[in-house]
Design a binder for this molecule. Structure first.
Ligand SMILES: Nc1ncnc2c1ncn2[C@@H]1O[C@H](COP(=O)(O)OP(=O)(O)OP(=O)(O)O)[C@@H](O)[C@H]1O
Ligand SMILES: [Mg+2]
Length: 410
């Protein structure tokens, strides 16, 4: 409940902040939003230095937040505008550089996309959505001014600048094939669910939720932010699957589409990708390579368990409590219509997600021992048994319980 309220407040604050900053995407100069410690430079205006304030509009499908406008971009030489310190990461269409903005001395992450490989409309869209979502604390903050640039090698670039994440992306925080601590996994889950619920409330779909697009600001993962809005689209818009998307994070309805086939963008796809990421960070490995029950044995085993045709879940899920399994069952519903919204994550944050190490059972007296050579199960502690039954009840769907009460098997 507390989390739900917190998410609602964060969303309301972010929408209000967005509305108040005046959604002028126009050009450098003008009377737009507040500077972000960058002196008078338009680079540090969150609103791109738009011309005039507009009346706040209600977030949601079709709102002004989704209407991409063509920005006026300054033409610069990359190395004249920025002192490049190092490369932070590479993506499908460019690289991200850690750089000092020469005029203001501010350290920023500059995303440099090749103009030869990125259509103007694609850049304007990414810039627009990244700035529109920036007021939310769970979203990477992108600064106001974007530029057309040429680098020292003569390459033509689009540039946008964002706050730099000191600890890179979430992949670096994930020990190879081992999970995060439960507390850290839940901190990541909460922040990403808050960020995505904001994205969805505006009528957008991120479409590329993965560890590489989660930026890390503190070592204990108490501050992580969602970045990379290059694949974001309005809910329902037809689009081909994102170029750099990992197939393991694609839901069945997107994974089944042909490579260039366009499918409608759905918030349910972000929910699925978040669930796959939660399995990775809580369980230590990705659950499958593709959500294809014919080609992928890991996914086939999950579907058997999900459809109650197998008693236990696949090995990646073995350390999860029934309560966390219930959440995953809901977030990974194969039909997008039946998939839970991302806000369902908040309902499960107070529950344990990982099973504790087995309870040690004290040896029984020799008089109770079975004849030698006969194996007997260890005596069952009543409290452990009660706990297991309770966990099982909580993991059941209401229909199953009704079936049990009516005398049939679930
Ligand atoms: N603000 C930032 N601070 C620190 N590192 C960053 C930042 N932004 C991006 N990176 C690093 O650069 C990488 C690529 O960035 P980004 O995802 O924005 O580019 P992309 O070209 O859209 O990538 P892809 O298409 O592969 O998802 C990230 O995975 C991350 O490692
Ligand atoms: Mg990326």
């Amino acid at each position: 409940m507390k989390n739900k309220v917190r998410a609602a407040v964060a969303t309301a604050l972010a929408v209000a902040a967005s509305a108040l900053s005046g959604w002028g995407w126009g050009c450098s100069g003008g009377d737009g939003g507040a500077d972000r410690g960058g002196g008078s430079s338009a680079l540090f205006r969150k609103d791109g230095g738009g011309r005039k304030r507009r009346r706040p509009e209600r977030a949601g499908s079709g709102s002004a937040l989704l209407r991409v406008q063509k920005p006026v971009l300054r033409e610069v030489l990359l190395e004249e505008e920025f002192h490049v310190l190092r490369t932070l990461g590479e993506g499908a269409f460019g690289r991200v550089l850690l750089a000092t903005h020469r005029r203001t001395g501010a350290k920023v992450a500059v995303k440099a996309l090749s103009r030869a490989r990125t259509q103007p409309a694609d850049f304007y869209r990414e810039l627009h959505y990244a700035r529109a979502l920036s007021p939310h604390p769970g979203v990477l903050s992108t600064f106001g001014e974007a530029m057309r640039a040429t680098d020292a090698d003569g390459a033509a670039l689009w540039l946008l600048a964002a706050e730099a994440a000191p600890l890179g992306d979430l992949r670096r925080a994930l020990p190879r094939r081992s999970p995060l601590s439960e507390g850290a996994a839940k901190r990541v889950a909460r922040q990403l669910a808050e960020a995505l619920s904001f994205v969805h409330s505006i009528g957008l779909v991120h479409r590329d939720v993965k560890a590489a697009n989660v930026l890390v600001f503190t070592a204990d993962l108490s501050v992580v932010k969602l970045g990379d809005f290059g694949s974001a689209r309005p809910e329902g818009e037809l689009a081909a699957r994102p170029a750099g998307a990992s197939t393991g994070a694609l839901p069945p309805e997107v994974g089944a589409a042909l490579r260039n086939e366009r499918v409608p963008a759905r918030a349910a796809a972000d929910v699925w990708a978040l669930a796959v990421l939660l399995v990775r960070i809580t369980g230590g490995s990705c659950p499958w390579k593709a959500a294809d029950a014919v080609a992928d044995p890991g996914y086939a085993a999950f579907r058997r368990w999900q459809g109650r045709r197998a008693a236990s879940p696949p090995s990646t899920f073995k350390r999860f409590t029934p309560r966390f399994l219930r959440l995953l069952r809901r977030l990974l519903a194969p039909e997008p219509r039946r998939r839970a919204p991302v806000t369902d994550v908040f309902k499960y944050l107070e529950d344990p997600w990982v099973v504790r190490s087995p309870v040690s059972v004290s040896p029984v007296s020799s008089s109770a021992s079975p004849p030698s050579g006969v194996m007997s199960p260890p005596p069952l502690d009543r409290r452990v048994a009660a706990r297991r039954i309770w966990d099982w009840l909580r993991s059941c769907e209401p229909e199953d319980l009704e079936a049990v009460c009516a005398g049939g098997p679930p």
